[in-house]
Design a protein around this ligand. Structure first.
Ligand code: ADP
Length: 202
């Protein structure tokens, strides 16, 4: 908020552009730091067995576009193709946790693929569950790393320095499983990665 105020006070003067860029970078760094703190807090909750879920029916055809709008500063929405049919049944999920699950998968898809390449989020019903898929056309995950990517603090050697601490997928998996769902991944080096999660139909 204070940084936004600073930006506002600066106004649109040309000479202030470098300062505005610095403030923009600070905002990004702060958001990343607060995400890490949130991650650590969430992990502490799992360990203590105190992860209360506030579940409600969620219509993904509404939820996903709104989530992209809300997170426009973190996720480049114009890269994301949403293929969620309006006829899909609602899922029974905690909206804040579902947002975290999807943002984790989308930001990884963005982080580990070339700028501008498409990211696809799609969903379909499978019996009593809905399967949500997040697919990128990025570098892919080497077979040697695949068994470990959901482990706490695991980061493959190609990860980008300074971004993340290897808790994202650990938390994502724990949250999906807390909802009674399942997560898996398919990946081909040089072609891309798809994460599949299931959540119960409401
Ligand atoms: P972080 O992104 O903070 O390193 P995560 O737990 O989110 O931690 O991911 C663990 C590791 O899995 C990452 O370091 C990266 O090596 C790999 N990974 C996750 N998502 C993808 C993806 N979409 N494409 C390629 N590699 C990925």
């Amino acid at each position: 908020g204070q940084l936004d105020l600073l930006l506002h006070l600066l106004g649109p003067r040309e000479a202030d552009a470098p300062i505005q860029a610095t403030i923009g970078a600070l905002k990004k760094a702060l958001r990343r730091m607060s995400r890490m703190v949130d991650d650590l807090t969430e992990v502490t909750h799992f360990d203590a067995g105190t992860l209360p879920l506030q579940r409600e029916p969620i219509a993904l055809a509404d939820f996903v576009p709104r989530l992209l709008e809300r997170n426009a500063e973190v996720i480049e929405g114009d890269r994301v193709e949403v293929a969620v049919p309006a006829s899909l049944p609602a899922v029974q999920a905690d909206p804040a946790r579902l947002e975290r699950i999807l943002i984790n998968l989308l930001s990884n898809a963005q982080k580990y693929s070339a700028p501008g390449t498409p990211i696809r989020i799609s969903a379909e019903r499978q019996d009593a569950m809905v399967e949500i898929r997040v697919a990128d056309q990025g570098q892919g995950i080497p077979a040697a790393d695949l068994p470990y990517i959901f482990d706490r603090f695991y980061r493959a050697s190609y990860r980008r320095a300074g971004e993340g601490i290897g808790l994202g997928l650990y938390i994502t998996k724990a949250l999906v499983e807390a909802h009674g769902g399942h997560i898996r991944v398919e990946s081909a080096v040089g072609q891309g990665t798809t994460f599949f999660i299931t959540l119960p139909v409401a």
